[in-house]
Write a protein that binds this ligand. Structure first.
Ligand code: IPD
Length: 268
């Protein structure tokens, strides 16, 4: 199934803008919840936005597979020749549901283990972050580059709290460990936007434990194409991941901090 990374990006960007635009114009319905959990919410608009993205992909890239936060399980048996579209229709759902502006629509495209393209659209700032595997990282068409911060003590490190608050992985321990060493640790509540901030050089690293592939699929490529580094540190089962991305210069320092905080084995 042949499609160029550029064609994937064009479709991903169109779909991200369409879904993000729908959520923005329908924000007065942000309280419509299908399910409320202790530390999360499932919104009706999340499902609608997933439907908008899927309709565009199915029309423009028929036969491709789709894995979405709101359509989980649909794409578990994808063969290596079929592109997989990985969709988070609203990343930062809790922010969106409260009216905070830190949310986005994230769409990544992979062929096997290779990322082909990624688009992240932040409707409240009208910022479209994009990259292909062989092109530059851009925000609204302007090139992105990671920061040159080389010391952890000068760094802003984005992180998040595991929404399952697993007692065996004390969620505040990682925040404490990063806070002690970095200039500042920050939690804004949208992993994809966190990564875009790293790509743009506004933050220097991002780490989270308990994240899902749809939170990072698009923006990890954007970080890499902006000159940074993205690394899957571990898998926790049930699709939950430990993921680190950085400007490259403080990567080892952040990895050391999180590995000692969680007593992880060094990755090879
Ligand atoms: C969440 C956000 C948040 C992160 C959570 C994610 P969602 O995604 O990215 O920043 O801390 O782990 O699940 O649920 O809003 O799409």
């Amino acid at each position: 199934m042949s499609i160029t990374p550029e064609a994937c990006l064009e479709i991903a960007a169109t779909a991200a803008r369409a879904a993000g635009g729908h959520a923005r114009t329908q924000r007065h319905r942000r309280g419509e919840a299908n399910q409320r959990l202790a530390h999360d919410v499932k919104l009706a608009l999340d499902v609608e936005c997933q439907g908008i993205v899927e309709a565009i992909i199915r029309e423009r890239a028929p036969g491709h597979a789709i894995l979405g936060e709101e359509s989980v399980g649909a794409a578990e048996t994808v063969d290596a020749d079929t592109p997989l579209w990985i969709v988070d229709p609203i990343d930062g759902t809790v922010n969106f549901s409260h009216g905070l502006p830190f949310w986005c629509c994230s769409i990544g495209v992979r062929l096997g283990a290779r990322s082909l393209a990624g688009a992240v659209y932040a409707p409240d700032t009208d910022e479209l972050y994009t990259a292909t595997c062989d092109g530059p990282a851009l925000c609204n068409g302007a090139p992105l580059h990671v920061s040159s911060v080389a010391a952890i003590g000068d760094a802003v490190v984005m992180t998040g709290l595991d929404k399952q608050l697993d007692p065996s992985l004390p969620p505040f321990e990682i925040f404490r460990a990063i806070s002690v060493r970095a200039q500042k640790a920050r939690i804004i509540g949208s992993a994809a936007l966190d990564l875009c901030h790293v790509a743009a050089g506004r933050a220097d690293a991002y780490f989270e434990s308990g994240i899902y592939i749809w939170d990072i699929a698009a923006a990890a490529l954007i970080v890499e194409r902006a000159g940074g580094r993205a690394e899957l540190i571990g898998e926790m089962g049930h699709g939950r991941l430990r993921f680190l991305a950085s400007n490259g210069l403080i990567h080892e320092a952040v990895r050391d901090i999180v590995q000692s905080a969680f007593s992880l084995q060094p990755s090879t």
